[in-house]
Ligand binder design. Structure first.
Ligand code: ADP
Ligand code: FBP
Length: 300
């Protein structure tokens, strides 16, 4: 079974504003609301690809209610814990030539809330996958992901972490099955600017030396690099197409990769499915559908 955790899910409010004026009164020409948060996006894409999974995490308030309604509508299996106080966040995605994002803070979460989540995870068995994706609320200890990976990796559960900076670095000694920084996040860890596959490879290997079993580095329109636990380095060129909304492309890539790996057991196929899922989402307004992903996969 695959479980995704989204500690701080969101409603993504995507607005298009022509000629956005800072400090001025702007009106949007288009607006959409999507359910969001990295783990939830992974669950949505896995479901689209016919891979059984369950989305876990915390919701609160009227926005939390809408998150649950949208997950039900998408027929994604979920078991979110409802917090008594606060409201799930609204993340603003402003499209005006460039993409600008303002991600909300979210409700107040405490360590005691995490205990309930850990109890839900006790049912996991060896061979299951646990996907930890996105930022964690500022009220939780910064070692939250680290503690979860430490506990569950040692039980033979394949942990996948999509996070940034210390949140990512600190899980490495506990042998996560996969991490997926993008090339900017990877460069940030080493105070470097990485622009090509060749530049990315040695730094991806450094994260592997620190303990990650497999390192997938996404590079937006430039494709991706994968360093696998059997010592292979695989690269994939970027896929050409018209980008409509790249929010969720990274999450789609993680989901596609895991779906491809689960079905084939082959890293090359997994990378191809990850690429197809990431790019199919970048080429759509919302997350891509299973059909769009498979159609792109067959063209690669
Ligand atoms: N501009 C783009 N053109 C084509 N594919 C894209 C583009 N942006 C993202 N993708 C696809 O989505 C994947 C993840 O995107 P990326 O932006 O690197 O991740 P993140 O959203 O985590 O920053 C890429 O490896 C690629 O497959
Ligand atoms: O948890 P964070 O880091 O604030 O990110 C949450 C945001 O990330 C997303 O999951 C999209 O992530 P990606 O574009 O990196 O795939 C949005 O749906 C959500 O608003």
């Amino acid at each position: 079974m695959i479980y995704t955790i989204t500690l701080n899910p969101s409603l993504d409010y995507v607005v298009r504003v022509n000629d956005f004026q800072v400090g001025g009164m702007n009106r949007c020409s288009e607006e959409q609301i999507y359910v969001g948060g990295k783990g939830i996006n992974v669950s949505l894409i896995l479901h689209q690809l016919g891979i059984e999974n369950e989305a876990l995490g915390f919701v609160a308030g009227f926005t939390g209610g809408e998150i649950i309604r949208l997950l039900d509508k998408a027929q994604v299996k979920h078991n979110f814990i409802t917090l008594k106080e606060g409201m799930s966040r609204i993340n603003m995605k402003l499209k005006s030539g460039e993409e600008t994002e303002i991600n909300g803070r979210g409700p107040y979460l405490e360590v005691k809330d995490l205990i309930e989540l850990e109890q839900q995870l006790e049912c996991m068995k060896e061979g299951d996958f646990l996907i930890l994706a996105g930022s964690i609320p500022s009220t939780l200890p910064s070692d939250t992901y680290e503690q979860l990976v430490k506990k569950f990796s040692s039980r033979g559960i394949a942990c996948i972490v999509d996070a940034t900076k210390d949140l990512l670095l600190n899980v490495l000694p506990y042998g996560p099955f996969l991490i997926k920084p993008n090339h900017h996040e990877l460069g940030e860890l080493f105070d470097m600017e990485l622009k090509t596959h060749e530049e990315v490879i040695p730094y991806a290997k450094k994260l592997q030396e620190k303990g990650a079993r497999n390192v997938l580095v996404s590079m937006a329109g430039l494709g991706a690099v994968l360093v696998t636990e059997d010592g292979t380095v695989l690269t994939h060129e970027g896929i050409d197409g018209k980008v409509k909304n790249s929010v969720g492309a990274g999450d789609s890539m993680v989901a596609g990769f895991i779906a491809g790996y689960k079905v084939s057991g082959d890293f090359k196929e997994a990378l191809k499915m990850g690429m197809a899922a990431g790019s199919a989402t970048a080429f759509e307004e919302d997350l891509a559908t299973g059909e769009q992903i498979k159609s792109l996969f067959h063209k690669l």
